[in-house]
Design a protein around this ligand. Structure first.
Ligand code: CA
Ligand code: CA
Length: 330
């Protein structure tokens, strides 16, 4: 597909974005788009952006995980993590099924080296409305943080970070090494109402302060808001929002629909579809605190079904089954 100029419809859509970014500062920044930058799209293959190594086989304990969810292997203090306790107590079908997880499970190395499973169970009015727990060492302390979407029956979804921490000890066990348990470390504000959902984008240092942040899209089906959060336990503190994007199709299992591009000398760029999943934005949070749209909204030939990271850009699968390499040009 050759790059081409956005038509009037796309131009109008982009102007809506500009108007709805909210802050005057953002509008000022977006008016200074560098014309040398852009998104180049070229035909590719299913191997585009996909790791060639075979995924590790999950442990036996993870076989009872939530249907169509992923067990994830860690490199630090979490050996494996997965979602469990399937329940239909929160009948929202954003991910194609009303069944969600009531618990989070991790395999950890015990004090004597023995591997054991720890379980974090939610109260009855909450579920994990997610299909993959994400691991990252957000604070650089050598321990994993687990990022997952939790939904509350009244207040809707929130982004939650959990981690392994020593469990409280009894007097009798105080001279022994303490066992690790899963604890909530931080959470974002709620989406605000039942069945309001959010979908994570990923982790990077979006504001260049040397500490990792989390990006997500709140309400991706009804007017998605790309939100950047600082990890400041006990809260995930939103500090930047961009309107009218989406990183999920209602009812789809696929949650990967945005990519973070890291380039030396620049803050990370988020490539994320527009609300119709028919075009791509390239957004960067610039100093001293404003969005910059790095390229014209890039129309795609069909609806975007998946967007995964690839060197210098992303890999897109469209609804007609075609694969495309998306390159962020400097
Ligand atoms: Ca950590
Ligand atoms: Ca940061």
């Amino acid at each position: 597909m050759q790059p081409h100029n956005p038509d009037l419809r796309v131009t109008q859509r982009r102007s809506v974005i500009l108007q709805r970014f909210g802050l005057g500062l953002s509008l000022l920044a977006l008016s200074t788009v560098c014309v040398a930058m852009g998104l180049r799209v070229e035909p590719s293959t299913p191997e585009c952006g996909a790791p060639v190594i075979a995924p590790a086989v999950p442990p036996r304990a993870a076989q009872s995980r939530l249907a169509e969810s992923q067990a994830v292997r860690g490199q630090l203090d979490v050996l494996w993590v997965w979602l469990g306790s399937p329940t239909s107590r929160y009948p929202h079908t954003a991910l194609g099924s009303p069944v969600h997880a009531g618990s989070l499970h991790a395999l950890v190395a015990g004090p004597e080296g023995a591997v054991r499973e720890v379980v974090y169970s939610l109260p009855f009015h909450r579920v994990f409305e997610d299909r993959v727990p994400r691991l990252a060492d957000l604070d650089g302390d050598g321990r994993d943080e687990i990022i997952v979407v939790e939904s509350d029956a009244i207040r809707g979804a929130a982004l939650v970070v959990l981690g392994l921490r020593p469990q409280s000890q009894t007097d009798a066990s105080r001279d022994k090494p303490s066992a690790q348990g899963l604890l909530e470390l931080a959470r974002s504000p709620y989406a605000g109402a039942p069945f309001r959902w959010l979908n994570p984008v990923g982790v990077s240092d979006f504001d260049g302060d040397g500490r990792l942040d989390i990006a997500s899209v709140t309400t991706p089906h009804i007017g998605g808001v790309l939100t950047l959060h600082h990890f400041r336990p006990p809260v995930l503190e939103p500090y930047a929002r961009a309107m009218d994007v989406s990183n999920h199709r209602m009812g789809a299992l696929e949650q990967r629909l945005a990519a973070i591009v890291e380039a030396p000398g620049h803050r990370p760029t988020v490539i994320v579809p527009d609300m119709q999943l028919r075009a791509l934005h390239a957004l960067r949070w610039e100093a001293p605190g404003q969005w910059r749209e790095l390229a014209e909204l890039k129309p795609m030939a069909e609806r975007i079904e998946r967007l995964t990271p690839a060197a210098g850009g992303a890999c897109a699968l469209l609804s007609d089954g075609s694969w495309w390499r998306v390159v962020l040009m400097p």
